[in-house]
Design a protein around this ligand. Structure first.
Ligand code: ATP
Ligand code: NI
Length: 353
């Protein structure tokens, strides 16, 4: 196996678009109407980057993650187009994959640590057996595969022998989560999608996992999507952030730009709800007002009912993305006004006043 991929330093614009998502929607048919829980989102993900996706609970983060892997559960329906382009060979239409091709895609190309996945380990079999089963399901030679598993576990600062011999309940939450990350990397995917991978862990363990993920990304040149409602946490990890509100992305940009020049009114509120970027999540106050209902979303900009800057146009027209600066966009007609008029609570780096 070619275990270490080469690290390439190059301009983002020359880099391979590993994922290109266009007009991706997820809908559920409900008695009271169609629930649109992901609303025609677009997103490009570049080789080797770490993208953090943040937003409040219920905003559609998991729906986006699930769509990326064509893993939206019934009766949810994903539509639109998701193209995956491997390092070599033809690009794939992810939402068109099924059966064996889909299973292979999910382990070999883009793999995922699902939200609440700590319970994914079968409690009655040893951790090592989970690795062996995955190898044999994909026809990988066991000896070589398990050698790679040991290296991955060691890279995640686990004792391979101890972990492989253990039953899941014998490991702490942090160890289990790292073992799960190792398992998801077993078949050398190009990209790893993690949905709230640290939510069940204490603050110290969250931070150490963040550090580990950076090391793993650098060593294996992985592309990562890290989903969380914990903005301070993901800001330590991600190269780029995408802020989600009401089933859509409302602002994307380099992490530093989002922290220092947040331009969508919602992003500014979200950051203001975080008293200190290094403070733990439980010290955050929620953004005021209620999130929209996916069956009856507001017309125009979906944030307008909560937005201090909303005018008639915002009530009627959905704002397209506007360029704020290079690689930084906000879906708001009034982003310039937002920067001037929605003050940021004093916190490190937010100094545009
Ligand atoms: N099986 C389902 N049927 C109908 N609606 C659903 C279903 N699963 C989720 N939803 C709705 O889809 C919307 C988006 O949910 P999603 O799980 O993507 O949110 P999230 O941003 O991941 O939230 P959290 O931070 O709590 O994980 C929510 O309004 C949720 O109620
Ligand atoms: Ni979720």
């Amino acid at each position: 196996m070619n275990l270490e991929k080469t690290n390439r330093q190059s301009n983002r614009n020359d880099r391979r678009k590993i994922i290109s998502a266009r007009d991706v929607a997820v809908t559920f048919e409900m008695d009271r109407g169609t629930s649109r829980v992901l609303n025609d989102v677009n997103m490009d993900i570049y080789d080797g980057e770490i993208v953090g996706i943040v937003g409040e609970s219920g905003s559609g983060k998991s729906m986006f993650a699930d769509a990326l892997l064509n893993a939206v559960v019934d009766p949810g329906v994903a539509s639109g187009e998701i193209r995956y382009t491997p390092e070599e060979g033809e690009s794939l239409d992810v939402l068109g994959l099924e059966g064996k091709a889909l299973r292979e895609f999910r382990w070999n190309d883009v793999s995922m640590v699902f939200q609440g996945a700590l319970s994914a380990f079968n409690p009655t079999i040893r951790v090592g057996a989970h690795f062996k089963e995955t190898l044999s399901a994909h026809g990988v030679e066991k000896r070589e595969g398990m050698e790679w598993a040991r290296q991955l576990l060691a890279d995640l600062y686990l004792d391979p022998n101890r972990v492989l011999e253990s039953y899941p309940h014998e490991l702490s939450g942090g160890m289990k989560q790292r073992a799960l990350i190792a398992l998801s990397l077993l078949l050398e995917p190009d990209m790893l999608v993690m949905d709230e991978p640290t939510a069940a862990l204490d603050l110290l363990m969250q931070r150490s996992i963040i550090r580990l993920l950076r090391e793993v990304r650098d060593k294996y040149n992985l592309t990562m999507v890290f989903i969380t409602h914990d903005l301070p946490l993901v800001a330590r990890l991600a190269d780029r952030l995408a802020v989600m509100y009401a089933f859509e992305f409302v602002e994307t940009g380099p992490t530093e730009k989002i922290l220092t020049e947040p331009s969508h009114p919602y992003t500014r509120e979200l950051l203001n709800a975080t008293p200190d970027i290094s403070a733990p999540i439980d010290q955050m106050k929620p953004v005021e007002g209620a999130a929209p209902d996916p069956v009856t979303p507001p017309a125009g900009c979906s944030y307008h009912p909560r937005c201090p800057l909303a005018d008639e146009r915002c009530e009627a027209e959905a704002p397209p993305f506007q360029s704020v600066s290079q690689n930084h966009e906000a879906a708001c007609f009034h982003w310039e006004q937002a920067v001037e008029e929605i003050p940021m609570a004093s916190q490190g780096g937010n100094s545009d006043e």
